[in-house]
Design a protein around this ligand. Structure first.
Ligand code: ADP
Ligand code: MG
Length: 686
């Protein structure tokens, strides 16, 4: 009978599968038959050959067969079980530093065993430390395929894993789903063959290529995984086109009026993305567009133009920001731009009194408030819109993927514009973000002077203090950013207050401000307002000022313990200066002598580059995609087999093939998704 168990079958109810075993498998991310099939070995043991002891070479992995001729437990220099194994050609010492009584029993004098391990030269000739041993007579057959070593977890033995994975290989339906032309054109083998080759490679196979994961069998599975992801993204995209959204006619008066009131003209890039967005808003299905632009590229004005298109059509728009500080700043800016046009801008803030808040909410519900601004958190409580047509999410990367989802599901389908200063590297935007349309502002407004970045050892703190003093005496302003202390928020708070006190002592003549995440929203606002107005000259801050804050007169930033921060974060922070005409600089203070290699590499990148895209790409290479987009925090499963960097060519092919498959062989597309479901199911939600 042909194996027929569908790959997405759950493991419950399968004979021999206990809840305890299921729990351990789940720890490895294995929840269905496909999970077993795709749990691929890390390495292999070659137990297909028996090497005569005389032919052993140091550093090699080998299997030997022989009789134990001597065994004893030694106590000096430390406790160890020492056995001497003899075959026709020589002798070998087996050494165990940790062992069970059962091992002592099975490795007694006179026993015939096979031992597998790494050979090294010891004091008494060849030896193996902690070899894997099993009882075997000389004529017992050897393995006919390499033995897989799987990633595992406590309480789950290699033997059990091997047994269940072999079971899955026998029982599961691994018949080919894709038209052979699709994978053959890429030079890839069939699905079932690939699985077999990876789990049980035949002797003589190119192990190095399998273990480094560029073997064709690996590539086939990576391709399938990417294809499943692409298919689900395409379906998601298509589903959205079937949802209704208000079609918003192009603005005739408000946008023109806004642009006329500005002291500057839009850059080419801003004009270009504004057109793309305006075109999307005219459609009767919801826009899902990501607006990317480096810090300071001028995304806010583009957002205002989009909001006006909604408002002119009689609808409401909302802007969500990740922090109170940023929401407040957006409110000030929008109020300044839009109030003169007669637009009602409402602001929802944690610092508002209950009464004021209630009034604002009522205005939103009645539709009187045309543009509503607040933090994302606030929008999640009970804000009811009368007619919301456009939701703008600023600094999207700070929200993570999960929040993007919850917002999308709110109420009627508004158009959605997401803005991010953290550029998404191409491989990521082609995979996890493939269901979004992307606009890019690839040009900074004219007249910006580049920021000079300096790496300064903490030992030269005095010079840095002098620089701060000088900048402030010349009428400019400075930020002093305190280190991120991930382990303890209390410690971080302590550090920032200590720094504040000490800087106030150092600079009695300067007006110094303090802002951190633990302050009440009203307090934060007051501090930021004072800094914006130039009343304070030096602002001591935690990384709460990381995103969006715009004070053009600030021209110097000092970042302490820069080595602890991520690249994207440093780039964001640095983007807080260099916003005006004055020459700006960013000083990265680091603890000399304590720098790890990675930290050094990171600082070098931020020092050498001011291009957000290049930095993001380097960050991705250093940290991997999960951390990069905060995807990991949101619990989203990552690609398990494919690696976006290594398999970029497959990603491109998968994208093209997914589109063709859906169109030409939709049943194959569905079957492929079904097989990869449970795995790909989660990817669909992105
Ligand atoms: P970001 O893209 O980082 O959100 P902002 O929208 O805050 O950048 O813009 C940064 C600064 O540049 C703001 O003070 C904004 O008013 C100004 N700005 C935006 N567009 C232009 C432009 N075309 N010419 C000159 N200044 C501009
Ligand atoms: Mg911004």
């Amino acid at each position: 009978m042909a194996p027929t168990l569908p790959a997405n079958s759950k493991l419950d109810g399968i004979k021999g599968m206990t809840p305890a075993l299921q729990g351990r498998l789940a720890k490895l991310g294995i929840v269905n038959v496909q999970g077993l099939l795709l749990h691929l070995p890390l390495r292999y043991l070659d137990e297909t050959r028996i090497t005569p002891i005389r032919e052993l070479r140091a550093g090699e992995q080998a299997q030997v067969q022989g009789e134990i001729v001597h065994a004893e437990v030694q106590y000096r220099p430390r406790k160890a079980l020492i056995c001497r194994l003899r075959d026709d050609t020589g002798q070998l010492v087996l050494r165990f530093l940790h062992f069970y009584p059962s091992q002592v029993a099975s490795l007694k004098e006179g026993k015939h065993i096979r031992a597998f391990g790494e050979v090294r030269g010891g004091f008494f000739g060849w030896e193996m430390v902690h070899p894997q041993c099993k009882q075997a007579e000389e004529d017992a057959p050897v393995a006919d395929a390499l033995t897989p070593l799987y990633p595992t977890t406590a309480g789950l033995s290699q033997a059990t894993l091997r047994k269940w994975i072999s079971w899955a290989l026998q029982q599961a339906d691994t018949a080919e789903i894709l038209p052979p032309a699709t994978y053959q054109a890429l030079g890839l083998p069939a699905f079932a063959d690939s699985l077999r080759q990876l789990h049980h490679p035949e002797p003589g196979v190119d192990l190095a290529s399998i273990e480094s994961r560029d073997h064709l069998a690996w590539r086939r599975l990576a391709f399938d995984e990417l294809l499943a992801q692409q298919l689900s993204m395409l379906k998601h995209h298509a589903r959205r086109r079937h949802q209704g959204a208000p079609a918003l006619a192009q603005s005739k008066s408000l946008v023109t009026a806004l642009l006329r009131s500005l002291p500057f003209a839009l850059t080419q890039a801003q004009q270009h993305v504004a057109v793309e967005i305006s075109r999307d808003l005219q459609q009767s299905h919801p826009m899902q567009r990501l607006l990317q632009g480096d810090v300071g590229s001028g995304k806010t004005i583009v957002a205002a133009m989009a909001a006006l298109q909604a408002i002119e059509n009689g609808w409401q728009a909302a802007i969500m920001a990740p922090t109170e500080i940023l929401a407040e700043q957006h409110y000030q800016k929008m109020q300044g731009w839009l109030a003169p046009l007669g637009i009602q801008v409402a602001w929802l803030s944690g610092s508002q009194g209950k009464k004021e808040r209630r009034e604002m909410m009522a205005a939103v519900e009645k539709g009187e408030a045309q543009l509503v601004i607040g933090t994302h958190a606030l929008f999640q409580d009970q804000v009811v819109f009368k007619r919301l047509a456009l939701a703008i999410v600023d600094e999207q990367h700070r929200f993570g993927v999960q929040q993007r989802l919850s917002l999308r599901q709110k109420g009627v389908q508004p158009h959605q514009l997401m803005m991010s200063a953290t550029p998404i590297p191409r491989t990521l935007s082609m995979s996890y973000f493939a269901d979004l349309d992307v606009s890019v502002i690839d040009e900074l407004p004219p007249g910006r002077t580049p920021i000079v970045t300096r790496l300064v050892s903490d030992a030269r703190r005095d010079e840095v203090l002098e620089r701060v003093q000088q900048a402030c005496m010349e009428g400019r302003q400075a930020y002093w950013v305190c280190p991120l202390i991930e382990e303890s928020e209390a410690l971080q708070l302590q550090t920032v207050t200590d720094t504040y006190e000490s800087l106030r002592e150092t600079f009695p003549q300067l007006r110094v401000g303090l802002v951190h995440g633990r302050m009440k929203p009203v307090e934060k606002q007051a501090v930021m307002a004072a800094f914006s107005a130039g009343e304070t000259q030096l602002l001591v801050a935690t990384t709460v000022i990381e995103v969006g804050v715009d004070v053009p007169n600030a021209s110097l930033m000092v970042i302490e313990h820069a080595e602890r921060m991520g690249l994207a974060q440093l780039h964001q922070l640095r983007g807080r200066v260099g916003r005006g005409a004055a020459k700006s600089s960013c000083i990265l203070l680091y603890q000399d002598g304590k720098l790890s290699e990675t930290a050094r590499a990171r600082l070098r990148i931020i020092y050498e580059s001011s291009d957000g895209f290049a930095i993001a790409q380097a960050d991705l290479a250093l940290r991997g995609p999960g951390e990069f987009m905060g995807v990991r925090q949101s619990g989203l499963p990552m690609l398990k087999i494919a690696d976006l960097e290594r398999d970029q060519d497959l990603l491109e092919s998968a994208r093209d093939i997914a589109a063709k498959l859906l169109e030409q062989v939709p049943q194959a597309a569905e079957a492929h998704l079904a097989r990869w479901l449970g795995h790909a199911e989660e990817l669909v939600k992105v």
